[in-house]
Design a protein around this ligand. Sequence first.
Ligand code: SF4
Length: 242
Amino acid sequence: MLMNDPGIDRELALLSEERDLLMKWSHEDLARIISDVGFSCVLCGKCCTSRFNGHVFLLENEAARLLADSSESLVPAPYFELYNGDDSFYVSGYALRVHDDGTCVYLHDNRCRIYENRFSICRIYPYMLHREPDARKRLVFRQVSGLDTHGEYHHEIAGEEAVAIARETIAYEYAWLTQMIEFYTATRELFLRENKRHVRREYDKKMREFRDGTVIQVWVWHQGAFRPYRMRREDYLGFNWP
Ligand code: SF4
Protein backbone atom coordinates (compact mmCIF):
# COMPACT_ATOMS: atom_id res chain seq x y z
CA MET A 1 0.00 0.00 0.00
CA LEU A 2 1.32 3.50 -0.90
CA MET A 3 1.66 5.92 2.05
CA ASN A 4 2.50 9.57 2.53
CA ASP A 5 6.04 10.35 3.71
CA PRO A 6 5.60 11.19 7.45
CA GLY A 7 8.64 13.54 7.38
CA ILE A 8 7.02 15.63 4.63
CA ASP A 9 3.70 15.60 6.49
CA ARG A 10 5.44 16.91 9.62
CA GLU A 11 7.21 19.67 7.69
CA LEU A 12 3.94 20.70 6.04
CA ALA A 13 2.18 20.86 9.42
CA LEU A 14 4.95 23.08 10.85
CA LEU A 15 4.94 25.42 7.85
CA SER A 16 1.15 25.77 7.90
CA GLU A 17 1.21 26.46 11.63
CA GLU A 18 3.92 29.09 11.14
CA ARG A 19 1.92 30.79 8.40
CA ASP A 20 -1.20 30.87 10.62
CA LEU A 21 0.82 32.38 13.48
CA LEU A 22 2.48 34.88 11.14
CA MET A 23 -0.94 36.19 10.14
CA LYS A 24 -1.69 36.94 13.80
CA TRP A 25 1.14 39.51 13.93
CA SER A 26 0.00 43.09 13.49
CA HIS A 27 2.07 45.45 11.35
CA GLU A 28 2.10 47.85 14.28
CA ASP A 29 3.62 45.32 16.72
CA LEU A 30 6.46 44.49 14.33
CA ALA A 31 6.89 48.20 13.50
CA ARG A 32 7.42 48.93 17.22
CA ILE A 33 10.24 46.36 17.33
CA ILE A 34 11.76 47.82 14.15
CA SER A 35 11.71 51.31 15.67
CA ASP A 36 13.23 50.05 18.93
CA VAL A 37 16.07 48.29 17.08
CA GLY A 38 16.70 51.35 14.88
CA PHE A 39 19.08 49.52 12.53
CA SER A 40 21.22 51.65 10.25
CA CYS A 41 23.37 50.25 7.42
CA VAL A 42 27.06 51.24 7.49
CA LEU A 43 27.76 49.85 3.99
CA CYS A 44 30.08 47.12 5.26
CA GLY A 45 28.74 44.77 2.54
CA LYS A 46 28.75 41.80 4.98
CA CYS A 47 25.10 40.96 4.47
CA CYS A 48 25.73 40.38 0.74
CA THR A 49 28.15 37.49 1.37
CA SER A 50 27.49 33.80 1.91
CA ARG A 51 29.98 33.85 4.79
CA PHE A 52 27.62 36.06 6.77
CA ASN A 53 24.22 35.18 5.41
CA GLY A 54 24.18 31.80 3.69
CA HIS A 55 22.28 32.51 0.52
CA VAL A 56 19.76 34.97 -0.97
CA PHE A 57 16.58 32.98 -1.60
CA LEU A 58 14.45 34.32 -4.45
CA LEU A 59 10.68 34.41 -4.48
CA GLU A 60 9.07 32.89 -7.55
CA ASN A 61 8.35 36.14 -9.40
CA GLU A 62 11.94 37.31 -8.82
CA ALA A 63 13.36 34.02 -10.04
CA ALA A 64 11.11 34.22 -13.11
CA ARG A 65 12.52 37.67 -13.89
CA LEU A 66 16.09 36.42 -13.67
CA LEU A 67 15.38 33.23 -15.61
CA ALA A 68 14.14 35.43 -18.45
CA ASP A 69 16.92 38.06 -18.34
CA SER A 70 19.95 36.72 -16.57
CA SER A 71 19.74 33.01 -15.77
CA GLU A 72 23.49 32.81 -15.05
CA SER A 73 22.80 34.88 -11.89
CA LEU A 74 20.90 32.11 -10.11
CA VAL A 75 21.34 28.51 -8.99
CA PRO A 76 19.06 25.89 -7.44
CA ALA A 77 19.06 27.11 -3.83
CA PRO A 78 21.48 25.46 -1.48
CA TYR A 79 20.35 23.62 0.58
CA PHE A 80 18.23 20.99 -1.15
CA GLU A 81 15.26 20.03 0.98
CA LEU A 82 14.64 16.44 -0.08
CA TYR A 83 16.27 13.41 -1.70
CA ASN A 84 14.15 10.63 -3.18
CA GLY A 85 16.53 7.89 -2.06
CA ASP A 86 17.28 6.98 -5.65
CA ASP A 87 18.69 9.60 -8.02
CA SER A 88 17.22 13.08 -7.40
CA PHE A 89 17.32 16.01 -4.98
CA TYR A 90 14.37 18.41 -4.71
CA VAL A 91 14.53 22.08 -3.72
CA SER A 92 11.91 24.77 -3.18
CA GLY A 93 13.38 27.47 -5.44
CA TYR A 94 16.41 29.41 -6.61
CA ALA A 95 19.10 31.51 -4.91
CA LEU A 96 21.41 34.20 -6.21
CA ARG A 97 24.74 32.88 -7.41
CA VAL A 98 27.84 34.04 -5.53
CA HIS A 99 31.46 34.45 -6.63
CA ASP A 100 34.01 31.93 -5.40
CA ASP A 101 34.85 34.25 -2.47
CA GLY A 102 31.18 34.14 -1.39
CA THR A 103 30.15 37.65 -2.48
CA CYS A 104 26.86 38.14 -4.31
CA VAL A 105 27.22 38.44 -8.09
CA TYR A 106 25.59 41.88 -7.85
CA LEU A 107 28.00 43.26 -5.25
CA HIS A 108 30.70 45.56 -6.60
CA ASP A 109 33.04 47.63 -4.42
CA ASN A 110 30.75 46.89 -1.46
CA ARG A 111 27.77 48.40 -3.28
CA CYS A 112 24.75 46.68 -4.85
CA ARG A 113 24.75 47.20 -8.63
CA ILE A 114 20.96 46.76 -8.78
CA TYR A 115 20.08 48.58 -5.56
CA GLU A 116 16.86 50.16 -6.87
CA ASN A 117 15.69 46.77 -8.16
CA ARG A 118 17.14 44.52 -5.48
CA PHE A 119 15.19 41.48 -4.30
CA SER A 120 12.55 41.34 -1.52
CA ILE A 121 14.82 39.71 1.02
CA CYS A 122 17.49 42.37 0.34
CA ARG A 123 14.89 45.12 0.77
CA ILE A 124 13.64 43.98 4.17
CA TYR A 125 17.01 42.92 5.55
CA PRO A 126 17.89 42.67 8.45
CA TYR A 127 14.22 42.38 9.47
CA MET A 128 12.48 39.04 9.43
CA LEU A 129 9.55 37.30 11.10
CA HIS A 130 10.58 33.75 11.09
CA ARG A 131 10.27 30.87 13.58
CA GLU A 132 13.55 29.35 14.73
CA PRO A 133 14.48 27.23 17.76
CA ASP A 134 15.73 29.14 20.83
CA ALA A 135 18.36 27.81 23.29
CA ARG A 136 15.75 25.45 24.77
CA LYS A 137 14.77 24.25 21.27
CA ARG A 138 11.36 25.94 21.46
CA LEU A 139 10.22 27.50 18.19
CA VAL A 140 10.03 31.27 18.62
CA PHE A 141 9.66 34.16 16.19
CA ARG A 142 12.85 36.09 15.47
CA GLN A 143 12.61 39.65 14.14
CA VAL A 144 16.16 40.72 13.37
CA SER A 145 18.91 38.83 11.58
CA GLY A 146 22.54 39.13 12.73
CA LEU A 147 21.60 41.41 15.64
CA ASP A 148 24.65 43.30 17.00
CA THR A 149 27.02 41.76 14.46
CA HIS A 150 26.83 44.46 11.77
CA GLY A 151 25.51 47.96 11.19
CA GLU A 152 24.54 50.48 13.86
CA TYR A 153 21.53 50.54 16.15
CA HIS A 154 19.19 52.95 17.93
CA HIS A 155 18.89 55.34 15.00
CA GLU A 156 15.53 56.99 14.64
CA ILE A 157 13.09 55.30 12.24
CA ALA A 158 9.89 57.28 11.66
CA GLY A 159 6.62 55.53 12.53
CA GLU A 160 5.35 55.43 8.95
CA GLU A 161 8.61 54.06 7.64
CA ALA A 162 8.68 51.34 10.33
CA VAL A 163 5.12 50.29 9.45
CA ALA A 164 6.05 50.14 5.74
CA ILE A 165 9.07 47.91 6.55
CA ALA A 166 6.85 45.73 8.78
CA ARG A 167 4.29 45.31 5.99
CA GLU A 168 6.95 44.33 3.49
CA THR A 169 8.58 41.91 5.96
CA ILE A 170 5.32 40.11 6.74
CA ALA A 171 4.46 39.99 3.02
CA TYR A 172 7.86 38.44 2.25
CA GLU A 173 7.55 35.81 4.98
CA TYR A 174 4.02 34.96 3.84
CA ALA A 175 5.17 34.53 0.24
CA TRP A 176 8.15 32.41 1.34
CA LEU A 177 5.99 30.14 3.51
CA THR A 178 3.44 29.76 0.72
CA GLN A 179 6.19 28.78 -1.72
CA MET A 180 7.51 26.20 0.78
CA ILE A 181 4.03 24.78 1.42
CA GLU A 182 3.40 24.42 -2.31
CA PHE A 183 6.79 22.74 -2.76
CA TYR A 184 6.22 20.19 0.01
CA THR A 185 2.65 19.52 -1.15
CA ALA A 186 3.90 18.83 -4.68
CA THR A 187 6.78 16.58 -3.53
CA ARG A 188 4.42 14.68 -1.22
CA GLU A 189 2.19 13.89 -4.19
CA LEU A 190 5.14 13.03 -6.43
CA PHE A 191 6.80 10.75 -3.86
CA LEU A 192 3.47 9.04 -3.21
CA ARG A 193 2.93 8.47 -6.91
CA GLU A 194 6.48 7.16 -7.42
CA ASN A 195 6.56 5.30 -4.11
CA LYS A 196 9.65 7.23 -2.92
CA ARG A 197 10.64 8.42 0.53
CA HIS A 198 13.09 10.99 1.86
CA VAL A 199 15.64 9.24 4.08
CA ARG A 200 18.20 11.48 5.78
CA ARG A 201 20.91 8.80 5.73
CA GLU A 202 20.57 8.44 1.94
CA TYR A 203 20.54 12.22 1.50
CA ASP A 204 23.82 12.55 3.44
CA LYS A 205 25.43 9.70 1.51
CA LYS A 206 24.56 11.27 -1.85
CA MET A 207 25.80 14.67 -0.64
CA ARG A 208 29.15 13.11 0.26
CA GLU A 209 29.37 11.72 -3.30
CA PHE A 210 28.51 15.18 -4.63
CA ARG A 211 31.28 16.77 -2.56
CA ASP A 212 33.64 14.13 -3.98
CA GLY A 213 32.77 15.26 -7.52
CA THR A 214 29.70 13.28 -8.61
CA VAL A 215 27.29 15.29 -10.78
CA ILE A 216 23.80 15.25 -9.27
CA GLN A 217 20.25 15.68 -10.53
CA VAL A 218 18.34 18.52 -8.82
CA TRP A 219 14.67 19.36 -9.42
CA VAL A 220 13.71 22.96 -8.67
CA TRP A 221 10.13 23.90 -7.80
CA HIS A 222 9.14 26.88 -9.93
CA GLN A 223 5.72 28.18 -10.94
CA GLY A 224 3.83 24.96 -10.30
CA ALA A 225 6.32 22.48 -11.82
CA PHE A 226 9.72 20.90 -11.20
CA ARG A 227 12.62 21.93 -13.47
CA PRO A 228 15.60 19.57 -13.86
CA TYR A 229 19.25 20.64 -13.41
CA ARG A 230 22.54 18.75 -13.45
CA MET A 231 24.71 20.34 -10.76
CA ARG A 232 28.44 20.08 -10.08
CA ARG A 233 30.36 20.83 -6.91
CA GLU A 234 31.98 23.75 -8.79
CA ASP A 235 28.58 25.46 -9.13
CA TYR A 236 28.52 25.99 -5.36
CA LEU A 237 32.11 26.91 -4.58
CA GLY A 238 31.33 30.27 -2.95
CA PHE A 239 28.66 28.84 -0.65
CA ASN A 240 29.52 27.50 2.81
CA TRP A 241 27.66 24.37 1.81
CA PRO A 242 27.92 21.83 0.30
S1 SF4 B 1 21.26 41.76 -4.79
FE1 SF4 B 1 22.32 43.57 -3.98
S2 SF4 B 1 21.51 43.84 -1.89
FE2 SF4 B 1 20.97 41.76 -2.55
S3 SF4 B 1 22.66 40.45 -1.77
FE3 SF4 B 1 23.19 41.03 -3.89
S4 SF4 B 1 24.46 42.87 -3.69
FE4 SF4 B 1 23.37 42.57 -1.75
